[in-house]
Design a protein around this ligand. Structure first.
Ligand code: HEC
Length: 162
């Protein structure tokens, strides 16, 4: 049941990402017969946080609260980690307009992509200790960006553990 709900979340996130991935292609301008895809942000950052970053991080906290017992759970965790890594890519497309905000934004978004990719690798290797460490790294990447941009949201995927 829990897994079914998480699956729904994952599909929701996948659908959101699918929409983001599709629109730029649809708007591509053919140049000499060649299609040049142009990436354009679709959802507001807030929606990206609510639709992808937050639900996938929470679900990973739950799935990694104890060592996953079967290959299916690990595969699921890996999919969620990959969605977080792709969220990093989507954030890279929408830096703030102010000049001084751009560098930190791009750094934090790239850190999210990197730490979530490390988590996906740990899940692929079914390495529980490594996966938990990587999820803590993901939360750090979230929190560092929030601190930089004075967003009052503290991310702690293991909060329910205690
Ligand atoms: C590159 C910067 C950046 C990163 C990385 C980032 N966030 Fe955010 N986050 C923001 C900004 C900016 C907002 C405020 C958006 C707004 O209110 O318009 C925000 C808002 C939020 C919110 C509140 C949304 C709401 O409804 O107001 C949540 C929850 C959140 N982030 C979760 C996360 C999680 C979980 C991660 C890591 C997986 C993460 N964020 C990574 C920049 C970031």
């Amino acid at each position: 049941m829990v897994l079914t709900m998480m699956r729904v979340q994952l599909w929701f996130a996948a659908a959101l990402f699918g929409a983001c991935a599709f629109v730029p292609v649809a708007q591509s301008q053919p140049a000499k017969g060649k299609v040049v895809p142009k990436l354009e942000p679709v959802a507001e950052t807030k929606l990206l946080m609510e639709g992808m970053a937050d639900p996938n991080t929470r679900a990973l906290g739950k799935i990694l609260a104890a060592k996953p017992k079967d290959a299916e759970s690990w595969a699921f965790a890996r999919g969620q980690a990959l969605l977080l890594a792709e969220t990093g890519n989507l954030l890279l497309m929408r830096p703030p307009k102010t000049k001084e905000g751009q560098d930190p934004w791009l750094t934090h978004a790239a850190n999210l992509r990197e730490s979530a990719t490390a988590l996906a690798r740990a899940a692929a290797a079914k390495d529980y200790v490594q996966a938990r460490t990587a999820l803590a790294g993901v939360a750090n990447a979230c929190n560092r960006c929030h601190q930089s941009f004075r967003v009052g949201v503290r991310v702690d995927p293991f909060a329910d553990d205690r």
